[in-house]
Design a protein around this ligand. Structure first.
Ligand code: NDP
Length: 304
C-alpha cells in the first residue's frame, strides 16, 4: 500500500470496503472468492500477480470488468536470472557437485559447451521470451513453444540455425512433438489454463530424451507429481528444479523436500517488485482516468 501511495499520490486508496460501495478500480493479489462481489462502478481489476489462474477461479469475479495482469519489468528480469541459474547449474553439474560435497566426494564430470545443450522453453510470452533470449545470448541452443502459429516453421528453424543467439519458435501439438525428443532441459513458463493443466505428465516427460532435466517455474497444476517422481526414480530424467507446487507452502512431509534429484524453491523464481509493480499499476490507473487503452489485459476465454 505504501508503494501504491507513492506511485499514485492522487488516488484515494481503501483497504476496507463492503458491497454497494463504488470504486473505479480494484488492485488484487489473489483475494478470497467473492471479495469483489457487490462493488459498484468497477472499470478495472488489476492483478498484482503475473499468473491470473487463481483469480479466474473465482466464479463471482465480475465478468464485464476488464482484468489486467501484472507485467513487471523487474519481475521479468528476475525470472531470466533464475532460469539462467537453473540452466547453468544443470548444464555444468553444479547440483551434482553440491551433493558430492555433502559426501566429501572429489569427482570431476565431463564439461560441455553451452551450444551443446538444447533447452526447450514452454511458453513464449513475457516470461518465456525473456528467458529464451537470455539463454540464447549465453550460447544455449534454445527452442520456444507457444500456442499461436509462428509465421513459418521452416523459416524459423532456418533462421535459428543460421544466426547464433536466435530462438527457434514452434507451436501446437506437432511443434511440441518435434521439440521434446531433442530437449535436454525443459523449462515450463506456461500459464495454468484448462489446456495446460497437467501438461508435465507421463506423456510429455516420457518423450524427453533419457537424462533430460525439468524446470517448473509455471504453476504446480502443470506438473503431475507422481509422474515426475516415477521418471526420476526410473532414471529417465536426471534432475528437476521446482518452484511451484500443487500445494503451497509445500507440506513438510512432502517427499520432494528430501528427493535427491529435486531442487525445491519456495515460489521465488520471480517475485512482484513492489516499486516497479506499483508504477505499472499507476500507469493503468492513469490510462483508465484518461480513457486510454488499458495494458496487459487478460483474455478470459483463453485464461491468460
Ligand atoms: P504470457 O501470457 O505473456 O505468455 C504465455 C505464453 O504461454 C504465450 O506464449 C502463450 O502462447 C503460451 N501458451 C498459453 N497457452 C498455451 C497452450 N495451450 N499451448 C502452448 N502455449 C501456450 O505469460 P507470462 O510469460 O507473463 O507468464 C507465464 C506464467 O509464468 C504465468 O501465468 C505464471 O503462471 C508464471 N509465473 C511464475 C512466476 C514464479 O515466480 N514462479 C512469476 C511470474 C509468472 P501465445 O504466445 O501463442 O499466446
Amino acid at each position: 500500500l505504501d508503494a501504491l501511495h507513492a506511485a499514485c499520490p492522487h488516488v484515494t486508496w481503501s483497504t476496507e470496503f463492503s458491497p454497494g460501495q463504488t470504486f473505479d478500480a480494484a488492485v488484487v493479489a489473489n483475494p478470497p472468492p467473492g471479495t469483489l462481489t457487490g462493488l459498484k462502478g468497477l472499470r478495472l481489476i488489476q492483478s498484482l500477480w503475473a499468473g491470473v489462474d487463481r483469480v479466474l477461479q473465482d466464479e463471482t469475479l465480475p465478468a464485464d470488468v476488464p482484468l489486467a495482469r501484472m507485467v513487471d519489468p523487474a519481475m521479468t528480469a528476475a525470472m531470466a536470472e533464475t532460469a539462467l541459474w537453473a540452466v547453468l547449474s544443470l548444464h555444468r553439474g553444479f547440483f551434482d557437485y553440491t551433493a558430492q560435497q555433502r559426501q566429501t566426494q572429489w569427482h570431476q564430470h565431463p564439461q560441455r559447451r553451452a551450444e551443446e545443450v538444447s533447452v526447450l522453453v514452454l511458453g513464449h510470452g513475457v516470461m518465456g521470451q525473456a528467458v529464451s533470449s537470455r539463454l540464447a545470448a549465453q550460447g544455449y541452443s534454445v527452442t520456444a513453444w507457444r500456442r499461436g502459429e509462428p509465421p513459418g516453421l521452416a523459416l524459423q528453424e532456418a533462421h535459428a540455425a543460421s544466426s547464433p543467439g536466435a530462438v527457434c519458435t514452434l507451436s501446437g501439438g506437432a511443434g511440441l512433438t518435434a521439440a521434446l525428443p531433442r530437449a535436454q532441459i525443459l523449462i515450463n513458463l506456461l500459464p495454468l489454463t484448462m489446456q495446460t493443466l497437467g501438461i508435465l505428465g507421463a506423456a510429455t516427460l516420457s518423450r524427453l530424451p533419457r537424462g533430460a532435466s525439468v524446470v517448473n517455474f509455471g504453476r504446480g497444476g502443470h506438473l503431475v507429481e507422481a509422474d515426475l517422481a516415477q521418471a526420476l526414480d526410473a532414471g529417465h530424467l536426471k534432475h528437476a528444479v521446482l518452484d511451484v507446487f500443487a500445494q503451497e507452502p509445500l507440506p513438510a512431509d512432502h517427499p520432494f523436500w528430501r528427493h535427491p534429484k529435486i531442487t525445491v524453491l519456495p515460489h521465488v523464481a520471480a517475485l512482484t517488485d513492489l516499486v516497479s509493480a506499483a508504477a505499472v499499476v499507476a500507469d493503468n490507473l492513469d490510462r483508465l482516468a484518461r480513457g486510454l487503452p488499458l495494458r496487459h489485459l487478460v483474455d478470459r476465454h483463453q485464461g491468460y
